[in-house]
Design a protein around this ligand. Structure first.
Ligand code: ADP
Ligand code: MG
Length: 339
């Protein structure tokens, strides 16, 4: 029998990879915002149209790309963030796989404009379905603008599977919140169909939380702080009296990356034991900092799951730290019988 195995062409491989990385417009928002953070931006603008189905555009004032790099950024496994396997355990960037732009450009119309700070003239590149259809020098500001149009234009099944605009917008805002909370020192704006949704100036964490969730949030925050040899915990929990029936305001970050962990969420919930009525969920904005060598982020395509070398210690310390912080703030109201 003749040999039948062949290597898939790049555009097919990219489209397959895209299936994992890009589930919906919000996935593109996450990848583009994280690239802007990795580029050292201090000002990031997100612009969407029709819940991201028509346009998702991110502009940053970060380091920009040279013409060669701009072209390479759309290749799969092309990254400036790691060089050798060991780097995977010493990550200081959000990205490292070199997959996002290649994946996005396989399933959308992408326009990239970029310029490094020392270059006089920048570059504009248009890619559709992994094919570069235009590349030319361009007079643009330093930094990068990436516009992603008509997401899933060549995968009708995916496009039809997208939810209503309010639902997709909700997902985008969730991603925006996560990145904006993780980087309060960076200014962010977001607009939808030309209307401003968020305008977040450079600030600290407390101010960023208030700017996103409203002035009333300020008095609900209980600071959490602890540092040991192996980890640092900081941030805020919401006073138990203000707990909600939904899980809305639960934000847990490891090394400034939003992480979903049922196990560590349980540590926090159990710290609230006896303080919450049945069916109520605690709110929190907690940041864990650990040595990157002690975690593995490379276990899930969207990097929202993570493996700790020593999960049990994390659990125990998180629980006791939150319990301690709550203790300092919740004893007084409990003793106030006139309430
Ligand atoms: P990764 O972030 O995993 O490296 P991406 O596909 O997201 O992979 O990006 C590929 C490369 O393109 C990055 O490593 C970076 O060098 C460059 N890049 C992407 N976005 C930007 C940006 N906004 N500013 C500067 N460089 C960028
Ligand atoms: Mg990236």
């Amino acid at each position: 029998m003749a040999d039948i195995i062949q290597l898939l062409p790049d555009h097919v491989a990219n489209q397959i990879a895209a299936g994992e990385v890009v589930q919906r417009p919000a996935s593109v928002v996450k990848e583009l915002l994280e690239n802007a953070i990795d580029a050292g931006a201090t000002q990031i603008t997100l612009l969407i149209k029709d819940a991201g189905k028509t346009l998702i555009q991110v502009t940053d004032n970060g380091m920009g790309m040279s013409t060669t790099d701009a072209r390479l950024s759309f290749e799969r496994h092309a990254t400036s963030k790691i060089k050798i396997a060991e780097d995977l355990f010493n990550l200081h960037t959000k990205g490292f796989r070199g997959e996002a732009l290649a994946s996005i450009a396989a399933i959308a119309h992408v326009e990239l404009k970029t310029k490094t700070h020392d270059a006089e003239i920048g570059t504009k590149i248009c890619v559709e379905g992994s094919k570069v259809i235009e590349q030319e020098p361009a007079v643009v500001p330093s930094g990068t603008t990436i516009a992603v149009k008509n997401l899933f234009y060549n995968i009708p099944a995916r496009r039809n599977f997208l939810k209503s605009n309010p639902v997709e917008t909700r997902h985008i805002i969730d991603e925006f919140h996560r990145v904006a909370l993780a980087h309060p020192q960076v200014a962010f704006t977001m607009s939808h169909n030309g209307a401003s949704v968020f305008n977040l100036p450079e600030s600290n964490l407390r101010q960023r939380i208030v700017n996103i969730f409203g002035n009333k949030t300020n008095e609900k925050l209980v600071p959490v702080e602890e540092e040991t040899d192996i980890l640092k915990i900081e941030g805020f929990v919401i006073k138990p009296d203000y707990a909600k029936k939904s899980r809305g305001e639960q934000f847990f970050f490891v090394n400034d990356r939003f992480i979903k962990s049922a196990y560590l969420n349980h540590a926090i919930v159990s710290a609230f034991e006896g303080l919450l009525k049945g069916g109520f969920h605690p709110g929190y904005f907690l940041f864990l900092t650990v040595d990157p060598k002690t975690i593995d982020i490379n276990i899930h395509p969207t990097k929202t799951e993570i493996k700790f070398d020593d999960e049990h210690s994390m659990y125990a310390m998180l629980r006791s730290t939150v319990k301690h912080s709550l203790g300092q703030f919740s004893i007084a109201p409990v003793l106030d019988f006139n309430r």
